[in-house]
Write a protein that binds this ligand. Structure first.
Ligand code: DLL
Length: 409
């Protein structure tokens, strides 16, 4: 399973032919073929706005009779982004998720509790398909109803957990509160759909007694199953036999080289119903060419720091919530339950307040100044850190809301 450039070029040309034949949006914009992969950099991008403008089925490349499923993401504003699947797409999706789970050694003896949301979101059904393909026993809890989740984790003897990292933390907290960690059989977990740091990873691994794997995907490319961590935990392997990955300078759109951080651009090489050419993900990462000790033929992307649209500009400084998270979790006694509140004070100066919860039994008063010093020294930013007692901030069942921006209200 290696990816030769000859094969990839052939997939590209088949893709161009398909989308030009069936999707007017692409027919007008793309050449009928390319001679080398270098020419990919000349092709136009597809953006989230293009998905919204062609809502619901404008980018679909097969007759609707061949579509057997849709998923979508609503985002916070505007029309949803719709992605469609043929029967063959579902099979390929299941294959990619199977590959993801196999990275953690998952096999048919495993019991997987799938606490990603089922429904329009791709997470629940995506993980479900792949786990069933392996032959795992799937417990499709979907997200929420935390008390019952924890009871089922214990009673059904789940060995694998799948959910967002912020929800994994909620589960870990509940497990600790009920004092049942010793009764769990969890061995590994597959967490993604939102940015999370290594500090958060350690809290989840400790709290649930498992090895955590980072998994990546997005609705526009069909959901999870685009990239996943192997046991080395040094970046996520992009499944390059299905997805063509580039990283570009977000300003100029110019391709960047291995190790340079920029915006991830993805093309689906094999999807039938909703093929996408050069999708600008707005996700910030770098691609790594160096071979991975695990022997995978697929290049890696670094763990995501965040989306370009989550980046905060505070008094002219660029800041991702995950950078603050990393610093907070170096302070013993603080947890991954945090929120950043940005406001504009008198004199129109931006103020950033970090609200973070202390772990049970820790003294909030002592931790605030310590965290403020760390943030200032590490990120060069003066912030107020308010340390709250455990349980003060809202808990998320899916993607956590990390930023509250009051400046535009
Ligand atoms: O979140 C698909 C998914 C489901 C991925 C389950 C992993 C697990 P969307 O709702 O369309 O799809 O959101 C996609 O979430 O562009 C990233 O900004 C972010 N994201 C996804 N995975 C990761 C990750 C699903 N591992 C958007 N690390 C993407 C950081 C992630 N951010």
């Amino acid at each position: 399973m290696t990816v030769s450039s000859g094969e990839t070029l052939a997939l590209w040309n088949r893709l161009l032919d398909r989308v030009r034949t069936h999707v007017p949006f692409y027919r007008e914009r793309l050449p009928s073929s390319i001679a080398t992969l270098e020419e990919v950099a000349e092709l136009p991008f597809t953006t989230k706005e293009d998905f919204r403008d062609t809502y619901p089925f404008g980018l679909v490349a097969v007759p609707l009779a061949e579509v057997v499923r849709v998923h979508m993401s609503s985002g916070t504003t505007g029309r949803p982004v719709v992605t469609a699947y043929t029967r063959g797409d579902l099979e390929r999706w299941a294959e990619c998720i199977e590959r993801t789970l196999r990275m953690g050694g998952v096999g048919s003896d495993d019991v997987i509790q799938n606490a990603y949301g089922y429904g329009l979101f791709t997470g629940g059904f995506g993980l479900h398909l792949g786990a069933e393909r392996i032959g795992c026993l799937v417990v499709p809890t979907s997200s929420g109803v935390t008390q019952r989740q924890v009871m089922l984790l214990r009673d059904l003897g789940a060995t694998v957990l799948a959910c967002t990292p912020s929800y994994a933390l909620v589960l870990a907290e509940t497990v600790a509160r009920e004092g049942i960690q010793g009764e769990l059989r969890l061995r590994c977990g597959f967490f993604g759909a939102e940015p999370w740091t290594d500090g958060m990873r350690r809290q989840i691994e400790r709290g649930l007694g498992l090895e955590a794997f980072d998994i990546y995907g997005l609705t526009e490319l069909g959901g999870p199953g685009v990239a996943a961590e192997c046991g080395q935990h040094q970046g996520l392997h992009v499944f390059e036999d299905h997805f063509y990955a580039e990283v570009v300078d977000p300003e100029s759109g110019r391709p960047l080289t291995s190790g340079e951080e920029g915006e991830l651009v993805l093309t689906s090489l094999r999807r039938e119903a909703s093929p996408v050419v050069r999708y600008r993900t707005r996700d910030r990462t770098a691609l790594i060419d160096d071979p991975c000790p695990c022997g995978s033929p697929f290049r890696r992307m670094l763990r995501l720091r965040g989306r370009t649209d989550d980046m905060l500009v505070v008094r002219g400084e660029n800041l991702f919530p995950s950078q603050v998270e990393e610093v907070l979790l170096q302070v013993q006694g603080l947890t991954g339950n945090y929120q950043l509140v940005v406001d504009r004070g008198a004199g129109q100066l931006d103020r950033l307040e970090v609200r973070v919860e202390a772990a049970p039994g820790c003294d909030p008063a002592a931790l605030g100044p310590q965290a403020e010093t760390r943030v200032r020294e590490t990120l060069g930013l003066g912030v107020r850190v308010t340390v709250l007692p455990p349980g003060s901030l809202p808990r998320s069942e899916g993607k956590a809301r990390r930023v509250v921006d009051l400046r535009e209200l």
